[in-house]
Design a protein around this ligand. Sequence first.
Ligand code: ADP
Ligand code: MG
Length: 614
Amino acid sequence: MVYPKRAIALLPDHLISQIAAGEVVERPASVVKELVENAVDAGASRITLRLDQGGLARICVEDDGGGIAPEDLSLAVTRHATSKIASLDDLEGVASFGFRGEALAAIASVAQMTVTSRTADAAHATAIENLQGAWQQAPSSGGIGTVIDVRNLFFSTPARRKFLKTEATEFGHCVEALDRQALAAPHITFAVFHNGKAMRSYAATDQAGRIGQVLGGDFVAASTAVEQIGPLSLQGRVNVPTAAKARADSQYFFVNGRAVRDKLLMHAMRMAYEDVLHGALQPNYCLFLAIDPHLVDVNVHPAKAEVRFRDSRSIHGFVSQAVRAALAKTAGTSPKAPTNTPDPASRPGFYPAYQQTPMFANEKSAPYLAFVKEVFDRAVDTGAVTDPKGAAGQSFDPFNRTIEPEASTWPAGKAAPQGETTPLGFALAQVHGVYILAQNQSGLVLVDMHAAHERILYEQLKNALDVRQVESQALLVPIPVALDAQSLEAAQRETDALAELGFAFSAASETQLALRAVPRLLADADPAQLLKDVLREMAASGSSQVIEATRNELLSTMACHAAVRANRTLTLPEMNALLRRMETTERADQCNHGRPTWVQFSMAQLDKLFMRGR
Ligand code: ADP
Ligand code: MG
């Protein structure tokens, strides 16, 4: 194709504005965003948004901020006019929302616009309006503050108008844009009208209050607070993984009060939820990151949705760590870091039930007995049971099976123990080989035993691997494992990584390995099948080393293998051992797939079921 030869010319100003508008003004919601930003910047305490037909017919933003002086009005609607920066240094340290100085000009190039404004020292308001491409200014009436009225958006660019969705959809986007601003500015009162009807209003409040107003009580109830204060601060709320939804409808991230949709931050959030959320589910959150403005560049994106951090790695790490810490609440107790958890396993001569091998197979093994004794002693300590032998500390005979049920349950009529040592309470029974029924201080607890055990094993494997201490257990007789070519190749290639995971093997033939040792934690699983699955995953991931993400997937597969299966009959001490282990395991509230591992029914809830007034 041949283009007619044309002289290079500077684009007419109006066209430049329309091109800029293409970046800034995508749909009514983008206008809402820019206008509300300006109102916030102007120090408003009250902002009212009026929309007609989803904003397509009219978007009007009214504020009671500082206003624009009459002599500045025509400048304000001119491209690259801004009162917010004067130098490059300002640009770097900019703390206000607007700074590109082109929003009003861009909007005016694709819509009819009237700006009416009055400063505190002006005798009356002044209005400026774009009529047939020229600005006309005239005295007007109105209080202190600014009203920006935008009508017939895209009337001059019908191609763009075609891409807009229905009125309801556009209205939804406008509200979403306002909500983002409202979350960042809780001290401002907001009101929204659509086609003359009041749709929404948020009274001035604090940050927590605003989150409740905008995201609703359901979100607040299903979320947990994030509170990391320092030179770098992260505050807000994140939903607990069990309340995650398939849709990412509430993901709010603010950097220095500015709403962003930044890939790095979104990735950091995904990583924070990585272990606790099924891949298809979305976390919901409302988080505020505060950082020295000089360490972040907010200028990289025309609509300022993305930001660039000087040190993106450490921001990424900081965000996912802070959120992970908030999520890592153990069952009914406060978060515990693996390093400072007084793990019974660190005590000499004591093995918690879930580090024993095999876990449930030989009840009479010494570690098992020690564990039963521990549970029993703790029950005595908390007053849950009285020592059947009289004085505590007197020798306890775990072989005496008749006392064990008492040791693990509350005697009838006795009050539930006070204190936080056993938040999940004590087991009463097993339901259809799947659930553990337990009683705690506030009522009834139901535990999905497979899910819970899987989680515990997974966390243990991770911790062990982190400190390179996955113990391996030699098999008395090596087990021959037949493998396909890819798995055999993976076995050769990943011998070191497999050794770190606790596997030892040697070549037995062209198609077989002799498995000699397995991870001690998983000795309960079918060893051949475990190795096959691990190798298949390693072959699929194809990497020369097990990187963290695939590593965790691998550990999750391994944990699932070894976790106690449904329809396995557990004794009460075994059930109690599981409950105690849950209490000291991070993130024990959800299984590796984000499903809950236990639920609590309070006495009040139970009473309600039976319509029993208390
Ligand atoms: P920017 O916000 O990037 O400076 P805009 O085109 O959005 O660019 O606004 C241009 C200027 O108009 C602002 O710098 C500000 O001085 C003035 N202005 C816009 N809206 C308001 C408002 N609601 N109240 C007071 N001043 C405003
Ligand atoms: Mg602006």
